[in-house]
Write a protein that binds this ligand. Structure first.
Ligand code: IMP
Length: 496
């Protein structure tokens, strides 16, 4: 006999509906925020997202393009680890190099010849260089417009630069809006930021600020660089973590279909010793015991779900898994017990089988702080795949990390598990992230508003959910009318 057999069936998100609460002016949509903690920092506090959405760590979902665009919209893409270490590190570096405001400048010396400055311009790919003395103090600024390399090749930079006295300079400014004010005031396109000793700290470009103001939700680090999140595995983390840290990664995610393992414990312990400030998300688990184990091992957030992914055949292959709603509820119970004991709220991320806005809402209402999706993002322009035409439909390929295709990058790694846990298929191309995510966000906000909640934390505290019958789900869809190109679905015939 098994140690325990749960006779209550496990539930999927689709089986629940939210009951509305009292909506007031204070909880109307424009007052709703979806800001959420992504992961706890080891030293305390949490790394926040403005949009509670992660793109899955998958080859067909999350490369640097998705990483940049999703961070600009307030979420994060988890760069996949099923690739060689230098390739993953390069993707992280690309996200961190994206200019989100304050740029760490490449400075030159006053006596550098303009011939060399011009060569630097060609290799660096940009043309504005601050000129500093040996102590790093700002002497001036030189741009492409200040010299002609054919005429001034032998001239030192100090003779053609715009000198310090003629520049608009910000002193220890860390706020982009303030920097923008100074730029506008001075009619400039670039603003050097210095410390109180006049040492150069950064440059702020007008065009980057405009870009930032267009993306008020973007998630950035303390240097205003976009947040970069990357996956690791429990095999090569000794080398992979170091390379990702070098590339500037902000958060690690241990990527595993079953995270309730001693290997995750060892990986977490190792990271705590070698990179003590780096936040790590552990998972996936589907039980309270799994949550407790990972948090005791040092995870700063826990990812939940097994067997529900759209490309997943884990349940069929191994018989392991749990409906995502039940998995989230069980883990959230453990999380809330942990919070009652310690006062610490460990973020929980629901993952696998989340198809649309209503699934996101139900997952959040059940206690998740954020959701991860694969299929949703694989359909978009920013996923790393090319579109294909199949029977006049524009599609993008989508494959599981446990599929034969994903494992091609390192056949030796997967010798042990000769069977696959995922499949390969296609999803309908859906255009740009920017045209899809805001719509999902507005539906989620509208749901919170209906429940009389302004924040996800209020939703956790106040949501009332109900299990619905199969017929009620049917009732919630279009029925008893003829839609062009469709068929009549009659509720009465279905029930009798
Ligand atoms: P989706 O959003 O339903 O497409 O599910 C995506 C999630 O499925 C990922 O975040 C992973 O947790 C999981 N997953 C990815 N690849 C595989 C696989 O090959 N087998 C099983 N689960 C997978």
């Amino acid at each position: 006999m098994a140690r325990r057999v749960h006779m209550e069936p496990s539930r999927t998100l689709t089986e629940f509906r939210l009951l509305p609460g009292l909506t007031t002016r204070e909880t109307s949509i424009e007052h709703v925020t979806l800001a959420t903690p992504l992961v706890l920092r080891p030293e305390g506090g949490a790394i926040p997202l403005t949009t509670p959405v992660l793109a899955a760590a998958m080859q067909s979902v999350s490369g640097s393009r998705m990483g940049i665009e999703l961070a600009r919209l307030g979420g994060a893409a988890v760069i996949y680890c099923s690739q060689p270490i230098p390739d993953e590190a390069a993707m992280v570096a690309k996200i961190k190099a994206h200019k989100a405001g304050f740029v760490e400048p490449r400075a030159i010396g006053p006596n550098d010849l303009l011939r060399d400055v011009d060569a630097l311009r060609r290799t660096a790919g940009y043309s504005t260089f601050p000129v500093v003395d040996s102590k790093g103090r700002l002497l001036g600024l030189i741009t492409r417009r200040d010299y002609d390399a054919r005429i001034h090749g032998d001239v030192p930079a100090k003779e053609r630069m715009v000198p310090r006295a003629q520049l608009n300079v910000g002193v220890e400014i860390t706020d982009l809006e303030a920097a923008n004010g100074l730029l506008i005031e001075g009619h400039r396109s670039v603003l050097p930021i210095v410390d109180r000793e006049d040492r150069l700290l950064s440059l702020v470009f007008r065009k980057d600020i405009e870009d930032h103001l267009d993306n008020p939700d973007q998630v950035v680090d303390e240097k205003k660089r976009l947040l970069a999140v990357a996956a690791i595995n429990t095999h090569d983390y000794h080398e992979r973590v170091a390379a990702l840290v070098e590339a500037g990664v902000d958060v690690l995610v241990i990527d595993s279909s079953d995270g309730h393992t001693a290997f995750q414990h060892e990986t977490l312990e190792w990271i705590r010793r070698r990179a003590p400030h780096l936040p790590v998300i552990g998972g996936n688990v589907i039980t309270g015991e799994g949550f407790d184990y990972l948090v005791a091992s040092g995870a700063g957030a826990v990812k939940v779900g097994m067997g529900g992914g759209s490309i997943c055949i884990t349940q069929e292959q191994k018989g392991t898994g749990r409906g995502l709603a039940t998995a989230v509820m069980k883990v959230v119970e453990a999380r809330d017990r942990h919070r009652a004991k310690t006062g610490i709220h460990v973020p929980v991320i629901a993952d696998g089988g989340i198809v649309n806005s209503k699934d996101v809402v139900i997952a959040l209402a059940l206690g998740a702080d954020a959701v991860m999706m694969g299929r949703f993002f694989a359909r978009l322009e920013e996923s790393p795949t090319e579109t294909v035409r199949i029977n006049d439909r524009v599609m993008k390929p989508y494959w599981g990390e446990g599929s034969a295709r994903a494992r091609e990058w390192s056949p030796a790694r997967y010798r042990q598990a000769a069977f696959v846990e995922g499949v390969e298929g296609f999803v309908e191309y859906a255009g740009k992230l920017r045209d899809n995510l805001p719509l999902l966000v507005s539906k989620v906000k509208a749901a919170l508003s209906s429940c009389g909640c302004r924040t996800i934390a209020e939703l956790h505290a106040n949501a009332e959910l109900e299990l619905v019958s199969a017929l009620a789900i049917r009732e919630g869809k279009v029925h008893d009318i003829l839609q062009l190109g469709g068929e009549v679905d009659s509720l009465s015939s279905w029930s009798s």
